[in-house]
Design a protein. Structure first.
Length: 259
């Protein structure tokens, strides 16, 4: 059995002798090279946060967003290739539009997740196309019930209370597991996401980043909306203060160790 893709990674339709599809695994690696995206499902709604890496100082602030609205009550956050994420977003909007036109009701987050997962999985079945190098977090509120799903490049989707994708997903997941999400409000979740993203960002190795935050909750009238600027700035300020406090604590520990 081989653990490398030599000879078996030329097409998404080729299995290796140990049952792996390397093209799909390579697509997942593309996601892991992207900034971290986090979704939290709390008692009064859902919050999305993305660490959008700024690849050039010449870029206009707020451009090339990674969080978008699919329908009035559903938001989508992506990690991975931005162009692939745009195609997934366009398909999601098409499904939402056609569902509403046919049934005269907004599409539920779960139904949209199922349809979007099928679309992504279709791109792993044919030799003439490649898998999407992108994962997506789908967040919405259906009849005042929060929903959060993650769709992977393989087309597999999972329902979550808290989820992270991108390069810092493991560290973020560890911090998410410490949170009491069932008792947390959306405002508290915004601050928690900011702290997790700032703590996981490596200022030496990584580029500068913009923090994108959105939510679907009672405060937004159960519509997907960008988190108000004053709350975002407050969350960033608290995250930076927590990071500085942690650095000072580490320095004190080192000094005590030396003595």
């Amino acid at each position: 059995m081989t653990s490398i893709g030599t000879g078996y990674d030329l097409s998404a339709t080729t299995y290796s002798p140990d049952g792996r599809v390397f093209q799909v695994e390579y697509a997942q690696k593309a996601v892991e090279n992207s900034g971290t995206a986090i979704g939290l499902r709390v008692k009064d709604g859902v919050v999305l946060g993305v660490e959008k890496l700024v690849i050039s100082k010449m870029l206009e602030p707020g451009s090339n967003r990674r969080i978008h609205s699919v329908d009035r009550h559903i938001g989508l956050a992506t990690a991975g290739f931005m162009a692939d994420g745009s195609q997934i977003l366009n398909w999601a909007r098409k499904e939402a539009r056609e569902y509403k036109s046919f049934y005269s009701n907004p599409i539920s987050t779960r139904v949209l997740c199922d349809r979007l997962s099928g679309f992504v999985q279709m791109y792993t079945l044919y030799a003439s196309i490649r898998p999407f190098g992108c994962s997506a977090l789908l967040a919405g509120v259906d009849r005042k019930v929060p929903q959060l799903f993650c769709i992977e490049p393989s087309g597999v989707s999972w329902g979550y209370f808290g989820c992270s994708i991108g390069k810092g997903k493991q560290a973020a997941r560890t911090e998410i597991e410490k949170l009491n999400l069932s008792q947390m409000t959306c405002r508290e979740a915004v601050i928690a996401i900011a702290k997790i993203i700032y703590a996981g960002h490596d200022e030496v190795k990584d580029k500068e980043f913009e923090l994108e935050l959105s939510w679907v909750c009672e405060e937004s009238k159960y519509e997907h909306a960008i988190v108000p600027k004053d709350l975002r700035l407050q969350a960033e300020k608290l995250a930076q203060a927590a990071l500085e406090e942690e650095d000072e604590s580490d320095e004190e520990d080192e000094m005590q160790g030396d003595t």
